[in-house]
Write a protein that binds this ligand. Structure first.
Ligand SMILES: Nc1ncnc2c1ncn2[C@@H]1O[C@H](COP(=O)(O)OP(=O)(O)OP(=O)(O)O)[C@@H](O)[C@H]1O
Length: 662
């Protein structure tokens, strides 16, 4: 970390620290907001990279008096991982929500606080995990230390429906980290115990047995002696009879009357699972809101302070079976890609125009049509919401409507067989979605009467978790705020884009070397596919086609005046001198452009000018890149002790600095 401090990008080997340094440095100099956008496939290393970036920023902004803030920043990581990460088929520590973490700095560039925003937690994992996958780490951490909390009644030999048996040796060690982090962030022992109570209640809730009533298959019941029902009621301090009733009945409100309708055993199990997911999501939201209030300094002096945001969001997903979750993840990636396009390509075009340079329109793959297809009025999300509002709405009829409306849209493909699927042509590839379950996942229904049972209990944390404020600050029932998952996601993504557009972005593209989680194995085809998917190749092509090196006339004059005879140098007119230099050294006019304030070059032209400059100045460290073997043999300009390794290092740094101009 010390090595990268105060170094310019490219002067040392590529590293996450170099990106973090660049962001910090730009914030120091320009005093404006920065963002580091980390992207890549699942398991490519986004979370690890984001943590390194945070660690670096905490390290360089350290002051003797303010170490507490940096400690808090780093303490948020184990908690976020415990509640939001899980083992999946491809990554043992996969983040199942997107995160935007903002570090706030004061005028001396010391960290004063952090705020975190999360996006779309994968709730289905709380009640069901695919084979070889796990529930969220925090459940296993709790289970591994059950002996410390006998009151939670987590038995040794008990099986939990919501927890598959993939326990790991690390779980008992990680709970210590989680508890230490909770302590650092000021969670009281009472609060921590309440968290464990709620988590174990979720596990017990999944074990409540719902039986089909004999003789009436349309209704179901739960025995009053069900041990799990008793434990949940005791732990959450709620009315057992009420819970027993509302797990089997639902209230129907029509225009003229309100009545209680029994649920079938299947409906009741589904409703119970929805309740469990809702409790977990509310608990994680509460934890994040408390962490935010502890870590974020909201005093007026801090409101305009510069920030560095780190975005670690799920990468593009193309699974065998793609559902609502993949649809939302890929939609988020389309938005990020658009932000990248906007930054890299559109701003480039804008700069040429501002400089009065006539460059043919830069041709890049604009993904606006796909975003329009998804989020515009009467787009896929709107039609999904409309279908959710209909009494007889179904996944099939929604798909039919999509196929009819977007029949001629070139980013939408109708299914060849069957009616329950559709394909979207995303920037990173065509993804076939199965429509099954879209409506249910978008509605994410939780029965209000079940939530009221929790709200009416005596557990103070539960009360807080389900206390929803309306815009005027007074409490309201969450039913009134009902917004579908799709529209909530669209709104939060648009808010994120507004935040990002207010920053200078820095990009980290993580590339996964192989699919077997093996060290030192590099699958070239997989790597190229990923670079293609995140448009790195496209960026290089466009960069090379354009004029990526831009110099102000003064800077260019200062660096290359050495190339001219002294009588041709006019100190009072740098622009004229620049013109003389390029006329003498660069023959084709197509290789450079004169702007109003800057001079624009193709990458190879700058390399050529550098070589000429080095020859003039007899700068062997640069000259060596062309004919280094010759120079080593002759030892002409080199110091005797310069080793080949040193030369290679110098070469690499030089190449990185001069040629990788994207
Ligand atoms: N720079 C690295 N060097 C070696 N191994 C790494 C590196 N970065 C990540 N890994 C390994 O890859 C695993 C997956 O990384 P990480 O969890 O950061 O991926 P991710 O892109 O955030 O995935 P997801 O989208 O599923 O959350 C890590 O647990 C670690 O074992």
């Amino acid at each position: 970390m010390k090595k990268y401090r105060d170094q310019t990008m490219g002067s040392l080997e590529p590293h996450i620290f170099a990106v973090a340094e660049q962001a910090f440095n730009k914030m120091e100099i320009e005093n404006n907001n920065q963002s580091i956008i980390v992207s890549g496939e699942s398991g490519a290393g986004k979370t690890v990279s984001a943590k390194y970036a945070m660690r670096y920023l905490a390290f360089i902004s350290k002051s003797k008096t303010e170490t507490e803030n940096e400690k808090k920043v780093l303490a948020s990581n184990p908690i976020m991982e415990a509640i939001g990460n899980a083992k999946t088929a491809i990554n043992d520590n996969s983040s199942r929500f997107g995160k935007y973490i903002e570090l706030h700095f004061n005028d001396r560039n010391h960290i004063t606080g952090v705020s975190m925003q999360t996006y779309l937690l994968e709730k289905s994992r709380v009640v069901h995990q695919a084979s070889h996958e796990r529930n969220y780490h925090i459940f296993y951490q709790l289970y591994s230390s059950r002996n410390m909390f006998p009151q939670l009644k987590l038995g040794d030999s008990d099986k939990y429906n919501y927890l598959n048996s993939l326990h790991s040796d690390n779980d008992s060690q990680s709970i210590n980290e989680t508890v230490n982090a909770l302590n650092t962030l000021g969670f009281s022992e009472e609060q921590q115990y309440s968290i464990w109570e709620i988590l174990s209640s979720i596990l017990h809730l999944g074990n409540i047995e719902i039986d089909k009533n004999t003789g009436d298959s349309d209704s179901c019941s739960i025995s009053s002696n069900d041990p799990s029902l008793k434990i949940v009621s005791t732990l959450l301090d709620i009315n057992k009879g009420e819970l027993q009733k509302w797990l089997c009945y639902r209230r129907i409100v029509s225009l003229n009357e309100t009545f209680e309708k029994p649920m079938t055993a299947v409906e009741a199990s589904r409703a119970r699972d929805s309740l469990a997911k809702h409790i977990y999501a509310s608990l994680s939201q509460w934890l994040i809101s408390i962490m935010n209030s502890t870590m974020c300094d909201t005093s007026p002096s801090q409101t305009n302070c510069p920030k560095i945001g780190i975005l670690d969001i799920y990468g593009f997903e193309m699974m065998k079976l793609n559902s609502f979750e993949q649809f939302c993840i890929n939609y988020a990636n389309e938005k990020l890609q658009q932000q990248f396009n906007l930054h890299v390509f559109k701003l480039q075009e804008k700069e040429y125009r501002k400089e009065g340079i006539n460059v043919h329109n830069i041709d890049f793959y604009d993904n606006q049509p796909v975003i329009k297809l998804i989020e515009s009025r009467l787009g896929i999300l709107d039609l999904l919401d409309e279908e959710c509002r209909m009494l007889k709405g179904s996944d099939a009829s929604w798909t039919q409507k999509l196929c009819k409306k977007y029949d001629k849209n070139d980013r939408f493909l109708k299914p060849k067989f069957g009616v329950m699927e559709f394909t979207i042509k995303h920037f990173a590839g065509d993804v076939k979605y199965s429509s099954d379950g879209f409506l249910d996942k978008n509605k994410d229904t939780v029965f209000e009467d079940q939530v009221n049972v929790l709200r009416n209990g005596k557990n103070p944390l539960l009360k807080k978790m389900f206390f929803v404020k309306n815009s005027k600050g007074s409490p309201t029932h969450s039913k009134q705020n009902k917004e579908t998952v799709g529209s909530q996601f669209r709104n939060s993504l648009n808010a994120l884009m507004t935040t990002l557009n207010d920053t200078t972005p820095h990009y980290i593209r993580c590339v996964k070397p192989n699919d077997s989680k093996l060290p030192f194995v590099f699958d070239i085809q997989r790597a190229v596919d990923q670079l293609r998917a995140c448009c790195v190749l496209e960026t290089i092509r466009i960069s090379a086609a354009g004029f990526p090196s831009r110099w102000t006339y003064v800077d260019f004059f200062l660096r290359y005046r050495v190339l001219l005879k002294s009588k041709k140098i006019n100190r009072n007119d740098p622009k004229l001198t620049c013109q003389r230099i390029v006329e003498e050294y660069i023959k084709t006019k197509d290789n450079y452009k004169f702007g109003n304030t800057k001079i624009f070059f193709r990458a190879s032209q700058v390399a050529y000018l550098e070589r000429k400059r080095a020859e003039k100045r007899k700068d062997c460290s640069i000259l060596v890149q062309k004919t280094w073997r010759k120079y080593i043999c002759q030892k002409k300009y080199l110091k005797i002790r310069t080793s080949i390794i040193k030369i290679q290092r110098c070469l690499r740094a030089y190449v990185a600095r001069r040629y990788i101009l994207i």
